[in-house]
Design a binder for this molecule. Structure first.
Ligand SMILES: NC(=O)c1ccc[n+]([C@@H]2O[C@H](COP(=O)([O-])OP(=O)(O)OC[C@H]3O[C@@H](n4cnc5c(N)ncnc54)[C@H](O)[C@@H]3O)[C@@H](O)[C@H]2O)c1
Length: 309
């Protein structure tokens, strides 16, 4: 039986680190693609030469040619620009929309049965672009954001309480970024809701830090944005899909009436398995939580409305 194949488009910080993590699990061969000549080939070769030391057998190759991606089980899309000084959010939206459209069209042509994991920002809007460009059903277009946002929340909860991150669990809903909705009553330490362990004030401070988690890293790095935790988050999703583990993970998916929203990609807990998004897990929200969710969905809609036709 052939090993699984994962294509990672964009051999930048997130893409190359994702390729490394996936290859090191030995779960799949990895094809790294970028528009810059030599970049994916160089990083691919470097990663392949680490394999004897790390002790895995995954094949890693780099290419500028989509023919090499044919028959991928999963395609991860990380290609895109970061916001440059002087560039508005809308500029970034239209530039990345055209990059995502072009790479997804090419990748989907060569791997018509693949599951797409979208990473490029603005995340939720790029999921819409990827879905349209691929023509794939909603089960096979999934955005990575919630796993990262909840990992950040878990990090801060563990730090605050002086406990292992492994025993923390965090529940976040909504769009990626400023409008995400952390749900404290479903965020736990060894099954105990954090509302039993921390004051409202401290929880709010941790939630705010989580919402600004990406900006905090950017401010420290000065050039570029987070990539270790984003790559780890993508690798967790890939693992759940390829091994059909059916992990329940927060992901951006096209809602079809769930949480009162239809036709929009928003972050919700889903079951990730061999078919991609196996199902959405829906819980009853309080009136306050639903208001925050709706506000988050409205901000995704605003971006989607600005997408080029
Ligand atoms: N969803 C999330 O939670 C999350 C987290 C981190 C980063 N991101 C986003 O992921 C994206 C990548 O971040 P990064 O830090 O890796 O950036 P990066 O600049 O290091 O890498 C981007 C890569 O994309 C490549 N690229 C550009 N246009 C291309 C095209 N048409 N075809 C193929 N490759 C192309 C570039 O050459 C570059 O190597 C950004 O949009 C970033 O905002 C999202």
């Amino acid at each position: 039986m052939a090993r699984h194949k994962v294509t990672v488009i964009g051999a930048g910080n997130v893409g190359a680190t994702t390729a490394q993590r996936i290859a090191e699990t030995g779960l799949a061969d990895v094809v790294l693609v970028d528009i810059v000549e030599g970049l994916p080939q160089g990083k691919g070769l470097d990663l392949a030469e680490a394999a004897p030391v790390v002790g895995h057998d995954a094949r890693i190759t780099g290419t500028n040619d989509y023919a090499a991606t044919a028959g991928s089980n999963i395609v991860v899309v990380t290609s895109g620009l970061a916001r440059q000084p002087g560039m508005s959010r809308d500029d970034l939206l239209s530039k990345n929309a055209s990059i995502v459209k072009s790479v997804v069209e090419q990748a989907a042509r060569h791997s018509p049965h693949a599951i797409l994991i979208v990473v490029t920002n603005p995340l939720d809007a790029m999921c819409h672009v990827a879905m349209k460009a691929s023509g794939f059903p909603r089960e096979r277009v999934i955005g990575m954001a919630g796993v990262l946002d909840s990992a950040r929340f878990r990090t801060f909860i563990a730090e605050e309480l002086g406990v292992s991150v492994v025993d923390t669990h965090a529940f976040v809903l909504g769009g990626h970024g400023d409008t995400m909705v952390p749900l404290a009553r479903y965020s736990t330490v060894a099954g105990i809701p954090i509302t039993e362990l921390l004051s409202r004030e401290r929880i709010e401070a941790l939630e705010t830090r989580t919402r600004n988690g990406g900006a905090e890293v950017v401010a420290l790095l000065k050039t570029g944005s987070a990539f270790y935790a984003p790559a780890a988050a993508v690798a967790e999703m890939v693992d759940s899909i390829l091994l059909d583990r059916r992990r329940v993970l927060p992901c951006a998916v096209l809602l079809d009436g769930e949480y009162g929203t239809k036709g929009l990609f928003v972050g919700v807990p889903v079951v990730l398995g061999e078919r991609g998004m196996e199902r959405v897990i829906e819980i009853k929200l309080t009136a306050d939580e639903q208001r925050s969710f709706n506000a988050s969905a409205a901000s995704v809609q605003e971006l989607v409305d600005k997408l080029p036709a």
